[in-house]
Structure formats: C-alpha cells, structure tokens
Ligand binder design. Sequence first.
Ligand SMILES: NC(=O)c1ccc[n+]([C@@H]2O[C@H](COP(=O)([O-])OP(=O)(O)OC[C@H]3O[C@@H](n4cnc5c(N)ncnc54)[C@H](O)[C@@H]3O)[C@@H](O)[C@H]2O)c1
Length: 401
Amino acid sequence: MKVAVIGQGYVGLTIAAFAGESFEVIGFDSNQDVVNQLNRGISHIEGVPNSLLTTRIKAESYFATTKGSDIGNCEIIVIAVPTPLSKDRNPDLTFIEAACKTIGENVKNPVLVINESTSFPGTLRNIIKPTIEKYSSGQVEHLYAISPERVDPGRTDFNQKNTPRLFAGLTHEASEKTRGFYSKFCDNLVEVSSPEVAEAAKLFENTFRQVNIALVNEFAQIAHSLGISVYETLDAANTKPYGFMKFTPSAGVGGHCIPVDPTYLAAVAEEHGAPATFIRRANEVNLEMSKYIVNRVAADNGGVLQGKSVLVVGVAYKPDVVDVRETAADLVIKYLRDQGAAVSWHDDIVGKWRGETSASLSGADITVVVTKHSSVGVKEILASAPYVFDATGQVPGAKGL
Ligand SMILES: NC(=O)c1ccc[n+]([C@@H]2O[C@H](COP(=O)([O-])OP(=O)(O)OC[C@H]3O[C@@H](n4cnc5c(N)ncnc54)[C@H](O)[C@@H]3O)[C@@H](O)[C@H]2O)c1
C-alpha cells in the first residue's frame, strides 16, 4: 500500500520513517532543499537518524518529492504541515489549504486523507474536506479522518509506537481504515466519537501545559517577592502524592505547539461566543517572563545594562533540540538590546540563527541562561561571567528565578 505524507518536518518525517516499516511511503514537501537532503539519506529531525532514513531508501520504502503528481496513486495521504499564527496572532491555515490544493489537484481516485496537523475543532469537516473537494471539482469522494500528533521532539521514553494515539473519522469506514493504518506502527489507538473531540483534545492538552507553565511563572515572581525559593516551595508541594503536578518556571514557552495551540482554542471559543480569558492571560504571562528576567538582571547590576556585554546561553526553545521556533530567547535578547546591552549568544546545537553565529562561552559581563543543553557544563557557565542569571533551575550557584 502506498502512503503519501505531506510535509516532511518534525511530524511528517517521523511518521514517514515509522510507516516505512509496513508501507511504501512518499514524503511530499514543498521545500526542494529538504527533499534533496532526505533523498541523500540526511535527516534534519532529531529522532529520525540518518541510518533509518537510508535503510528505508535502500528498501525502496521511502522517497521524498516536491512533485504533486507523485502522490497521485497513493491510497492513504497524511497531512503534516505547519499550523502557525498569523502576524496578528490568529490561526493561519494557509499551509493546510495549500496541502488540500495539492491533494485535490493530483489525487483522482478515492483515498483516505488523515490530518495530523494541529488545528481547531471543525478543521477536518469544514475546511479540509470542502477545500480538497473544491480543487478536485467535487469529482472524488475521499474518506477523511483526524489523528492529532503528540510527538515530543528529543524525548526517548515516549515515541510513535508507545504514545497512545487519538483518532476519529468523518465516517465509520474512515475510522476503521485509520485504525488499520496506525495499528501497523502504534501500540495503543484510542478512537473518539468525532473528529471535533480529537481536534479539541489535542488543543486542550497543550493549553493545559501553557496554563500550568504560566501559573508557575507567576508563582516564581510571587516567591521572589516573598524572599523564598520557588524551587524549594515547588518540591515541598510536590511531596503531596495526589492532586498536584509539578511544573517548573522558565523564560517562557517555545516551539510550534505550546505558544500556538492555545490561541487556536481561544480563537474558536471566541468565535462561538465562549470566553477564553484564562487561556489568553496564560499566554501573556509566559510572554512577559522574558521582560521580568531582563528587569531582574538589570536590577542586580545597578539598574543599568547599557554597554554591558551579555551572553545568552541556549537559544533553542528547549534542551537538546535544534528548534528555535517561538523561542523565549528571542524576547530575552530583544529586551536586553532595548536596554543597550551588547548581546551575543552561545548555542552550539543551533550554531547559526538569524544571521548570527554561536559565540564562545566566556568573557561576558553577564550571562543569562535561557536553555541548558546537556552538553553545556555548569562549571563553564559559571566561569563565563562574573554575574550569571539562570532561568532554568539547572545551574546551582547562579542567581535565578
Ligand atoms: N513539532 C512538534 O513537536 C509537533 C508535535 C505535535 C503536533 N505538531 C503539529 O504538526 C504540524 C506540523 O508541525 P511540524 O513541527 O512537523 O512542522 P515543520 O515546520 O517541522 O515541518 C513542516 C514541513 O511542511 C512543509 N510544508 C509546508 N507547506 C507545505 C505544503 N503546502 N506542501 C508540502 N509541504 C509543505 C515545510 O517545508 C516543512 O518541511 C503542525 O500542525 C504542528 O502544530 C507538531
């Protein structure tokens, strides 16, 4: 059976690599450079090693393409394209619409279309299905299902195989075919009663994290004002064996999911006249953490950052990944520069970012740790400047939240 996966990023390439064990997979991506690299066996995604990609290519169970016609005779098509926010921070479904166009124009036989991209409830039924039908001139009756992706890049204990997977079809037949597809490489499938429940569950999972991270970030500020340690207090609360889940403070949230998905939920809620004030505020609290940290650093340094050399350690949005999307380091650097600091950053995993290159971990007046990769030593961080502020809780001996 031939499967096409539209979008060969974090989600799409991971699915393609796993599905390649049982299916012939075509990885469709609009980025020619990504496609060229993949066809040479070079993966750009942690969790998909080059060796696995090469094995799939040699077994002829995978190739990447930018040609829409290559997906024409597939039986299953998985959509895994970005669902970002627009400039005015509203859901941006232009990538989904473009993927639907590719399917509508190229797939002339009935197939199963599964959406894995995160979006608001109603996307499969009210946007994906009608858009594909529009581009195929209503001539083909496809089956449609949703199975939101839950992959956590960089994580090794939970992966495609052992993370329970939600799914629902628009019809019973779509649900059954979706079950058949994922059961080849996922251990635990959880069918829900409608695509809208699956879509909403995915958004709620990430909203739960956004809100709890905002709560602990606000609490870090309260603890500091009270002169107590936020970490010791959280550890104390965490001795309760039920009804508490520990989250830790940080410079904010990053990546393609936690800062974005709750806004999809808030937008659809408000469209339906339901309040989403709590969700909106959580997002603001997390965005404001970077300013709070820069103000703390300035206060500890005589209130003046003008002319000081400041080294930001870790610009990836979380440890041990190369992903800088929505990273909190972005705002930390902006606010430091707004106050006149000469800012450089150190992150050997990211290497290059926004035309700048990772600086050496030494010789600064001030170091601010935003993300601590496991390859970066505590001793080296502490030796990099006379004053070190740590937003991660991973650098004992530094000032911190
Ligand atoms: N990254 C994660 O950890 C994660 C986890 C769960 C869910 N998701 C969701 O999965 C979806 C994909 O996210 P991602 O992180 O894999 O994105 P990504 O940016 O890593 O990859 C997306 C890929 O899609 C390609 N693309 C864009 N438009 C295209 C089009 N019209 N046709 C073909 N290819 C196209 C891009 O070139 C890119 O290679 C999003 O909805 C995201 O919210 C992501």
